[in-house]
Design a protein around this ligand. Structure first.
Ligand code: PGA
Length: 236
């Protein structure tokens, strides 16, 4: 079954999330055909859980602290996320790597912390535009995955930095090559593609072999487009 992760980033406020969730879950969603997971920001996790109710939808945190507990003002621990009902956590999204200087070592610690608290880590990897142009994608993926290559029970999302929010996407061959690379380096249970996934390009993106699902950012906060995307994917 294809999986779709809605990465809401820091887009929807509490009130906006409630409005979204009310109409979103009032539809007859194809949740028996698509594995849906929602990644809201921290203060909205409980609200999403309440709206999910008994429906089949996973709850994903967007980040976690690399430490278990202690004087880390502003941080959120794996234990807290687990107790809130999260099943998964995004680790090493490029916005965290670039804007918050998260190193591969920090990401390794976060992945271990997630596993310790029964949260499945969804590790995000992907090359910069410069590395893409210089054909260093495989090298970048190998570097980003090295520290976690021996770990079990991971999901990995291939998200080229230049494709995120830009409307640009790699070619099918490039996506397939990246997915193969990821599977040859680490024990990923699933490999996702992320970066400008939309109704416009999903038909083409779906042609890539070796992709088990999609990590959707901007479009996942737009109820009509996101619902249509799910219905479309459920018929493939
Ligand atoms: P996008 O974001 O779909 O808005 O490009 C994807 C992501 O950053 O996870």
């Amino acid at each position: 079954m294809l999986s779709v992760i809605a990465n809401w980033k820091m887009y929807l406020s509490l009130n906006e999330s409630c409005d979204f969730l009310k109409s979103f879950f009032s539809q007859d969603l194809p949740l028996s055909k698509i594995e849906l997971l929602i990644a809201p920001s921290f203060p909205i996790i409980s609200i999403v859980k309440k709206h999910i109710g008994s429906q089949s939808c996973g709850l994903v945190a967007q980040n976690l602290c690399s430490e278990a507990s202690g004087p880390f003002t502003g941080e959120v621990s794996g234990k807290m996320l687990s107790e809130l009902g999260c099943s998964h956590v995004l680790v090493g999204h490029s916005e965290r790597r670039i804007l918050y200087c998260e190193s591969d070592e920090i990401i390794r610690k976060k992945v271990n912390m997630a596993l310790q608290y029964d949260l499945k880590p969804i590790v995000c990897v992907g090359e910069s535009y410069e590395d893409y142009q210089k054909k260093r994608t495989s090298k970048t993926l190998a570097k980003q995955l090295k520290a976690i290559s021996k770990l079990q029970s991971l999901w990995v999302a291939y998200e080229p930095v230049w494709a995120i929010g830009s409307g640009l996407v790699p070619s099918i061959d490039e996506i397939e090559l990246a997915a193969n690379n990821i599977k040859s380096i680490c024990n990923a249970d699933k490999v996702f593609y992320g970066g400008s996934v939309s109704l416009k390009n999903i038909d083409v993106l779906c042609q890539a072999n070796g992709i088990d699902g999609y990590l959707v950012g901007g479009v996942s906060t737009k109820i009509d487009d996101f619902s249509q995307l799910l219905f479309k994917l459920s018929t493939l």
